[in-house]
Design a protein around this ligand. Structure first.
Ligand SMILES: Cc1cc2nc3c(=O)[nH]c(=O)nc-3n(C[C@H](O)[C@H](O)[C@H](O)COP(=O)(O)OP(=O)(O)OC[C@H]3O[C@@H](n4cnc5c(N)ncnc54)[C@H](O)[C@@H]3O)c2cc1C
Length: 350
């Protein structure tokens, strides 16, 4: 089968940048195009796509098409699906690759129905060997890896972020062809008024951070002085997150306490829980604090490359081959010292 690839991207909320996942998925799409010897077109969606065409000008695409205008500024299912469909009809690709952003995860599956194709989401890799294309994704909380092959075309693949080296190249003077899309009134019924999000300080889950900081239930337990110090724990953790930009994870024991309305770490929710019944984040490094490192928790660390832990107990789970480095120490003291050092280095760099 002769394949041709369409790579779809959209601008970010600001309308003046591209999400990081756009470059990662483009890296994967270009590699696939090379393996197949197939042409690759790029389709861009947003209010203004000229800057995006400039950024991707040297990616080696056969052509770049865009759907631009105020109607395509905001993530809205009906207009995004119509825009993507128009670009697909203009290019007739057999494979459509796109980053699995929340915007595309909502809109692009409908392409499968509109184009009589098939779609797979949460793809972690795609490759071709002897012309046969296979894509992988995880099942059952990242314990089983599935390998998918499909004969139906077009095949739409939404790739998860953090799974491929981003494409990088010098920007240029991007040429692109405008695809006109006349939206019917029913595609504009939804008005995007804005985004309601927690305060920046409360946004503790940062998938792009280089470091995962995990807090365990030990932060709320009685300490050697016979008392618990939840306020101190809260300020030490928040100060560290603020200064380091780390993403916050929690153990089940700790997030369950927060859910039971106990006066502990108000910013910790079940969304932060790492582990078998929590999530499996991807970060280059991880630091576990006041967490025992039991197996159901540590399975959530499988994509953390370098692991360190601080625990008072030299026989904790981390000591049994689960961490690269275990500091047998009081996390209150260690994090206080770390925060002081971070503050000093931030002050020195100003
Ligand atoms: C089916 C199943 C699924 C599960 N899924 C998950 C899951 O998804 N995620 C998860 O996390 N757990 C999960 N669990 C629970 C898991 O087995 C543990 O009970 C949980 O991870 C324990 O949390 P913790 O280590 O924070 O608390 P604890 O076990 O109470 O450990 C607290 C630790 O803090 C240390 N500590 C206390 N004070 C200090 C200090 N000042 N400095 C340094 N260290 C200190 C203590 O030494 C201790 O090791 C699951 C269990 C089951 C049965």
């Amino acid at each position: 089968m002769t394949e041709s690839i369409l790579y779809l991207a959209h601008t970010d909320e600001s309308g003046t940048a591209l999400p990081k996942a756009v470059f990662e998925t483009l890296g994967g799409a270009l590699e696939l195009a090379k393996q197949l010897g197939a042409p690759l077109d790029i389709g861009l969606i947003g209010e203004n796509v000229q800057f995006a065409a400039d950024l991707l000008a040297n990616a080696g695409a056969r052509r770049v098409l865009g759907v631009a205008g105020a109607d395509f500024a905001k993530p809205r299912f009906a207009s995004d699906a119509a825009a993507a469909e128009a670009v697909c009809r203009a290019t007739s690709p057999s494979l459509i690759l796109a980053p699995g952003t929340s915007r595309f995860s909502r809109a692009l599956p409908s392409l499968a129905q509109r184009l009589h194709g098939q779609v797979d989401t949460h793809i972690t890799s795609v490759e071709a060997q002897e012309g046969k294309i296979s894509a992988t994704r995880w099942f059952y909380r990242q314990r089983l890896e599935g390998v998918l092959e499909r004969d139906v075309r077009p095949w739409i693949l939404l790739l998860d972020s953090g799974c491929h080296e981003p494409w990088s190249g010098a920007p240029g003077c991007g040429q692109w062809g405008k695809v006109a899309v006349a939206l019917p009134p029913e595609a504009m019924r939804t008005t995007v008024m804005g985004i309601r999000a927690p305060k920046t300080d409360a946004q503790t889950i940062r998938p792009d951070s280089g470091l995962l900081f995990v807090a365990g239930a030990g932060w709320t337990k009685k300490q050697p002085d016979g008392k618990a110090h939840p306020e101190k724990a809260e300020s030490l953790i928040l100060d560290f997150l603020h200064a380091s930009g780390a993403s916050l994870g929690g153990s089940k024991s700790l997030v369950d306490q927060s859910g039971e309305n106990q006066a502990v770490l108000g910013f910790m929710t079940h969304m932060n829980q790492v582990g078998q019944t929590g999530y499996t984040p991807r970060h280059p490094k991880g630091l576990s604090t006041c967490c025992h490192g039991e197996e159901p928790h540590v399975v959530g660390w499988r994509f953390i490359n370098e692991r360190r832990a601080i625990n008072l107990d030299p026989n904790c789970g981390w000591a049994r081959g689960k961490a690269d480095v275990l500091y047998v120490a009081d996390a209150f003291q260690v994090m206080e010292k770390v925060n002081t050092l971070l503050a000093t280095s931030v002050a020195a760099s100003k």
